[in-house]
Ligand binder design. Sequence first.
Ligand code: 8IG
Length: 275
Amino acid sequence: MTESTPTTDPHDLAREAAARLAELTGVERHDVALVLGSGWLPAVDAIAEHAGAEAVVEIETTDLPGFSPAAVVGHSGKIRSIRAGDRSLLVFLSRTHFYEGKGVAAVVHGVRTAAAAGCRAIVLTNGCGGLKETWSPGTPVLISDHINLTGRSPIEGAHFVDLTDLYSPRLRALCREVDPSLDEGVYVQFPGPHYETPAEIGMVRAMGGHLVGMSTALEAIAAREAGMEVLGISLVTNLAAGISGEPLDHAEVLEAGRAAASRMGELLGRVVPRV
Ligand code: 8IG
């Protein structure tokens, strides 16, 4: 192992973060967590609007124990607490990625904090590459399952967590009630930060993958370990390497998010309060 072992147990650190979160937001327990991935940030105001938000409090992630500053343009290191109806939503406007090299515990600290804050369900979103040519940039796709190619787990020790139906069939059905046009696919988490080669995308296709990205799978595993119900939604922001013949570009990712923001906001705003 090249990374250093944390001195504090990650679950204890998450409980400390949740206690500080409750103090800073004035909200004792949250119900549903939402993690916004690349391209999803422009949707955040539309989410609050469609969810019928009554009160919004925003804090900096770095004000909570265990979080480090956001590293990517288009990711904002903030957490919003949104009161909508009888629910309190906890929205992470950024995440820590595996490729930052801070270790797997840092990657899943937000998920564990959400669980410690009371969340029973979590919506993990991401921007990703798509392998189906019919998924034009800006297409949302429900994650039906994943393949974790990081070679790592957020769980340590002999704790054999079942991952059958990790991506809740109930929550996927709920999404399709809101938007019957939603497709599904298997998400493949690569370590990144480089994108794939065309040959690797050929491997993904052969393995049964449909979406490629650098997040979500490790977080989903930690969420399941913590007993949360998981909904995963990818925003296809680019065709995967070698499919269109064009090189991949981070600016393209941000633009696809801006263009899809109102559709994503409406989808999440209508789904999250029913989760
Ligand atoms: I946005 O094509 C986004 N993130 N691995 N591959 C991987 N991650 C991504 C991609 C992609 N697009």
